[in-house]
Each structure stands twice: as C-alpha cells, then as structure tokens.
Design a protein around this ligand. Structure first.
Ligand code: ADP
Ligand code: MG
Length: 306
C-alpha cells in the first residue's frame, strides 16, 4: 500500500550551538499541510533559532529539516520560495510608504505588481496603505510585515512572535488574521503565551532550553489538563494517607496541614460525592472541599519550570 502523507515541515534531530551554548538539542517534529502550529516556549528556549534554520537564514550543526518537501541545506532557493517569514522584530523601513515598501520587496522577489493590492487587501491594510510606515500603529506595522511575507504567495508562513508588543485589541485582530491566513497555508508561529496557542493553533510544540518537552494537538493537551483536577479538603480529624487513597478516583494525596489534604484525581468525573461518602462512612466531618482545575497554562509552566 502507498501512503500519501505530506508533511509541510519536517524537522529531524536538529541541533545548533552558539559557541558552547546549545540553543537546540536534537529537536524533531513535523507539521501537516494546512495546520497552524504553535511553537511555544519561554525566552531563550530556541524558537527563533529554529525559525531561522527553517527559513535558511542560518544552518544547523546537525540533523535535517525540510519545508514543503525541500531540504533547507541542499535546496535553499526552493525553501525560500515556499516560505513567508515574519522575523521577530519585524524590521521595516519606517520612512517608506506602505505601498512603496511592498513594491520594493515585490521587485526583490520578482513578484507581479498586481500582487501588492492582493496582499494589502488580504491583511486588512487598505485604509492605511497610503501612509508612511512610521505613521502606523504597531498592529498595522505587523500587518505590513505579514503582507510582505505573503507577497510571493508562499505555502508556508513562519511567524516569529507575531503578536508580541501589541495591545489587547490589536492582539485579537492579528490572531484573527493569522487564523484566516491559516485556512490557505501552513503556519508555524512562535509565542511565549499559552492562551495564544489555545486561541489560534491546531497543534502545539513546547520547547524549553532547546529540548522539545511536549508535542500534541492543542485539544489533546487541553483534555489532559482537564483531567488534572485536584481537591483541597479539610476534615475535623487526622486521617491516614492510605485511607484517602481508597476513595474512588483519587490517585494521590498530599498532606497540607494537620487535617487538610490535596487529593489528585485521574478522572473527569466529579469525585466530591465519593469524598463526602468517605467522610460519612468514617464518622468524619468534612469541613471544606474545594475543586481546583488545572489549566493548560499550568501544564506549560510545569513543563518549562527549569
Ligand atoms: P527564543 O527565540 O526562544 O527566545 P533564541 O533562539 O533566540 O530563543 O535563543 C536560544 C538561545 O541561544 C538563547 O540562550 C540565546 O541567548 C542564544 N542565542 C541566540 N542567538 C545567538 C547568537 N547569535 N549568538 C549567541 N547566542 C545566541
Ligand atoms: Mg525569539
């Protein structure tokens, strides 16, 4: 049987060091065509380094990577034609008018002039397109960066922290735009904000200190987070841990104070009834019970804690 399994981005055991600083340590993952993947990690995790490798700006020390099926070392030109790149600090020529800037880059990429109007429309820049870039808000400057990345109509967009520094309204607008662009293209965006991934991405790759610590569909990670429900309980008497572990659904118990415990569960079922029944059966008074749901944000913090 033939299996057609087209990956837009394939990263295999990529390592990269700057001097004796290891920025990426045998990183591997792949992105299916048409997906929006979030590359999530704290500052210094290695996100920009990987993106520069995928856009052929720098080369890896070890491993291989392909974009749109083209190898980033042996087929750089094809990779460059396949990707639109928005670098971390979105370098723009502030003195140029929006149209002038895009026309300049259209020349560089040998793109038809008619494409300039297309990308202006695509990125919602029409009302600002007659202005100088220096006159634009940060949100509209990001749109110019995105318009620029789209000029040669690439299949893959590589966006390095596209929403950093935006105000809350601009943030929502740019996320909306990225989602819209993601309907036509494969998108990899880096961010240090988990909520951004939840709002925009189908898949999330979490990186910490150059190592991949999680890689899953966003909805799977959200489901895993949901299962990490804990209950903080307080009884009127001292209780033994092994007794608490007999409560159905409780998989771990950690003593807080004399008569207070944190109970961890492995089920989406609400175990508060079981805890209450346990108290009644053992002639205990349940003084308080508090449900604490773990959020995806907490998982991210745990995975990148050190
Ligand atoms: P991120 O984008 O996730 O913040 P980077 O890829 O920029 O992370 O950086 C990863 C690590 O590599 C950091 O420790 C950073 O200081 C280091 N680094 C990045 N670029 C250079 C460089 N040109 N020279 C030396 N060290 C670098
Ligand atoms: Mg970076």
């Amino acid at each position: 049987m033939f299996k057609i399994h087209f990956m837009s981005i394939e990263v295999i055991n990529i390592s990269k060091s700057y001097g004796d600083q290891k920025a990426l340590d045998a990183v591997s993952f792949s992105v299916k065509k048409g997906e929006i993947v979030g590359f999530l990690g704290p500052n210094g995790a290695g996100k920009s380094t990987l993106m520069k490798i995928l856009t052929t700006y720098i080369t890896a020390d070890e491993g291989s990577a392909a974009v749109n099926g083209f190898d980033v070392t042996s087929n750089q030109k094809s990779v460059q034609l396949s990707v639109g790149y928005l670098p971390e600090h979105n370098p723009l020529y502030l003195d140029l008018y929006v149209r002038e800037y895009l026309a300049f880059n259209a020349d560089v990429f040998k793109v038809e002039k008619s494409r300039i109007n297309d990308v202006i429309e695509l990125t919602g820049l029409t009302s600002e397109s007659h202005k100088k870039i220096s006159q634009l808000s940060k949100g509209f400057r990001q749109r110019v960066g995105l318009a620029n990345a789209l000029l040669h109509n690439p299949d893959v967009l590589i966006l390095d922290e596209p929403t950093t520094g935006l105000d809350p309204n601009q943030l929502v607008e740019i996320r909306k735009l990225i989602k819209q662009l993601g309907k036509e293209k494969t998108v990899i965006l880096s961010t240090h904000i988990m909520q951004e991934v939840e709002a925009v991405c189908d898949q999330v790759v979490i990186i910490n200190k150059g190592l991949i610590v999680a890689n899953d569909e966003t909805k799977n990670l959200q489901a895993a987070a949901l299962q990490q429900v804990t209950y903080v309980v307080e009884f009127d008497q001292v209780i033994q841990k092994q007794d608490l572990l007999k409560i159905e659904g409780v998989i771990a118990a950690q003593g807080l104070a004399d008569k207070s415990w944190v109970l961890q569960t492995n089920t989406l079922v609400d175990v508060r009834k079981n805890i209450f029944d346990f108290a009644v059966k053992n002639n205990l008074v349940l003084l308080s019970i508090q449900k604490e749901e773990e959020k995806l944000e907490d998982i991210f913090r745990k995975l990148t804690a050190n």
